[in-house]
Design a protein around this ligand. Structure first.
Ligand code: GGG
Length: 372
């Protein structure tokens, strides 16, 4: 019997291709696993009215870890039109499967490393090595939104919040509200995870990225909680930065930062910015991690225009596979994969179009696998 049970969710578009590539590397790496493929993505929405079927959630729950490719996601109205004729009008509503997956399985950490691999001509600098801990279940992506807003909500806000006064003459039907819901528990666990990671891995510093001078309540909760927890790790230098300043510092001196903690939306934005500093989305991976369940993925989407062309860079997904084996405790195998990736990049021979190469997704994977 294999040591690990791994769920594999290729998803849509190039998701299928990058997963095929990562599997070449995983199977050659000595990682002892049995793989079960699961359903997620657009075809399941169209045919079943559910892009993330319950059977897939069960597969993830019953596996040691999951490797996920990419999904196509469309706005609600567009999604509705593409639902198969027999499911139309039956009350099916489209939800982003990736957001639902994170929330349904309570995968509260979204860990996004941005490490510059030596010799990558796409690096902004060669000395960038930071890890973003993005809160993954609440904040601006909690999903509590209104448009139009209910009359009684408008009334309540007019009565209870003086800042609402300026909207009093605008009809409720013309007002949209998105909430940024943050809880003490949610703040505590993402901050704790970041400090524990920093401690275990001898990282240089931890920075909380927020905006408490404007987002006075939610921002204060996050920063206040970070200050409390930071006191338990006096050996780790702790900093606070506003999100807008962080966007600038990441360009000015990214090498000075190490572990960053951010709310869901802020973390989403700075992790794409950080990805660009180390070669773009072809090098950006993420671990969605809860207490016992974890799903690893490239951060890029399904890139429909490239689907079927075997053109996109598989390194982000191979890095996701590396993160997965390391999370499972297989440090040596992870290091071996990391070394093979470093060699492939430094050789500058077998590379995809984003690196000004002509090789296919699978040729890059083969080259990395041969170096293991
Ligand atoms: N591998 C990550 C992925 O597939 N991302 C696509 C995505 O996040 N789409 C936006 C959404 O589903 O809300």
């Amino acid at each position: 019997m294999a040591k690990y049970k791994i769920a594999v969710l290729p998803g849509d578009g190039v998701g299928k291709e990058v997963i095929e590539a990562a599997m070449i590397v995983l199977k050659r790496s000595g990682f002892d696993a049995e793989y079960t493929y699961g359903d997620i993505g657009w075809e399941f929405w169209k045919n079943e009215g559910e892009a993330l079927p319950e059977r897939t959630l069960d597969l993830i729950r019953n596996s040691d870890a999951t490797l996920f490719g990419a999904i196509t996601s469309k706005p609600k109205d567009e999604a509705q039109k593409e639902l198969s004729a027999e499911l139309q009008g039956k009350g099916f509503v489209y939800f982003s499967p990736i957001v639902r997956l994170r929330q349904a399985l309570d995968l509260y950490v979204n860990m996004r490393p941005a490490k510059a691999y030596k010799g990558n001509p796409l690096n902004y600098r060669d000395d960038i090595d930071l890890v973003i801990f993005r809160e993954n279940t609440e904040g601006m992506y909690a999903g509590v939104e209104f448009y139009p807003i209910p009359e009684d909500l408008k009334e309540y806000l007019l009565k209870n919040h003086k800042k609402m006064g300026k909207f009093k003459d605008i009809p409720a039907r013309d007002i949209a509200i998105s909430t940024r819901i943050m809880t003490k528990k949610g703040c505590k666990r993402i901050i704790r995870a970041a400090f524990e990671f920093a401690k275990k891995n001898n990282r240089r510093n931890v920075t909380i990225v927020e905006k408490p001078n404007v987002l006075r309540e939610t921002g204060a909760l996050m920063v206040g909680t970070a200050r409390e927890i930071a006191k338990e790790y006096p050996e780790i230098p702790y900093y606070e930065t506003n999100i807008d300043a962080m966007a600038m510092w990441l360009i000015k001196n990214p090498q000075d930062y190490d572990v960053l903690i951010a709310e869901n939306l802020f973390g989403d934005i700075i992790s794409d910015e950080a990805a660009q500093l180390i070669g773009g989305l072809g090098f950006a991976c993420a671990g969605n991690i809860g207490d016992n369940i974890a799903v690893f993925e490239p951060t890029h989407g399904s890139a429909p225009k490239y689907a079927g062309l075997y053109k996109v860079n598989p390194i982000a997904t191979i890095l996701a596979a590396k993160m997965m084996v390391e999370w499972l405790g297989e440090k040596e195998i992870g290091e071996k994969i990391g070394k093979a990736i470093t060699e492939n990049i430094a050789a500058e021979k077998v590379k995809t179009y984003d690196m000004k190469g002509n090789n296919t997704t699978l040729e890059v994977a083969d080259d990395i696998a041969k170096r293991l």
